[in-house]
Design a protein around this ligand. Structure first.
Ligand code: MD6
Ligand code: FE
Length: 219
């Protein structure tokens, strides 16, 4: 069947644009597209050392999103809880170092949103296949809520849910596409958020997947 989105396929995405989601929250449209090649090459290097895996929640459920990490700390979940750990439990080794292309993108995106001294030490890498989702949650395992979070979307488009400071607050649906970067911090740092189940789609490089890089200062 013919769909409107087919009309846009193959056309160049327009240059960077910014949308404000809150006093300290921004979507930087297409912000990472200029670095696409180095980001994807760096991603391949990280994943070859620390492959994607489905972690288990403290409640015993297998997460539909597959995860890995790079940087001096990595986010992990198992039956004992959520935490940041310097060691990849799968290999028993340190997580791969954060590639310069990742670090530099996270710094420049944070600065663009007004956070000038972002010092990321952790990059959580999420892989969504069709149907994978992330339930509404807050990011509260980090030590310093004064530091923002930078989130880079690659591959198949998704719908990011952006809620309020209470779980029951209404959520805004934010479409995120290949190259978009979301930054939030300050008064928006603890807002609930999640990702709707990924739709079946194809990206020329990443296939049926969406990859999300989430940068934090964890330690
Ligand atoms: C995702 N992201 O977009 C999931 N958390 O795949 C997150 O949970 C997230 O994107 C904090 C800040 C930005 C995020
Ligand atoms: Fe999150």
């Amino acid at each position: 069947m013919w769909m409107i989105k087919d009309l846009f396929e193959g056309l160049p995405q327009v240059g960077p644009r910014e949308e404000q989601l809150g006093p300290g929250a921004w979507v930087l449209r297409a912000f990472s597209l200029a670095d696409e090649a180095s980001l994807l090459a760096s991603l391949e290097g990280v994943v070859s050392q620390a492959p994607f895996r489905h972690m288990v929640t403290p409640g015993g459920y297998r997460m539909s999103v597959a995860m890995t990490n790079c940087g001096s700390l990595g986010w992990v979940s198992d039956r004992t809880g959520y935490r940041y750990d310097a060691i990849d439990p799968l290999s028993g080794l340190a997580w791969p170092r954060m590639p310069d292309a990742f670090f530099n993108l996270a710094k420049t995106a944070a600065a663009e949103a007004g956070f000038n001294d972002f010092d990321p030490d952790a990059c959580l890498i999420n892989r969504y296949e069709p149907g994978a989702k992330l339930s509404l949650h807050q990011d509260r395992d980090e030590r310093d809520y004064g530091q923002p979070i930078v989130s880079v979307s690659l591959g198949v488009p998704a719908v990011f849910l952006f809620g309020g400071l209470k779980r029951s607050d209404r959520t805004e649906r934010v479409p995120v596409r290949h190259g978009d970067v979301v930054v939030w911090g300050g008064p928006d740092r603890l807002r609930y958020h999640g990702v709707l189940p990924l739709k079946e789609d194809q990206h020329p490089v990443l296939g049926r997947c969406r990859i999300n890089l989430t940068f934090r200062k964890a330690g």
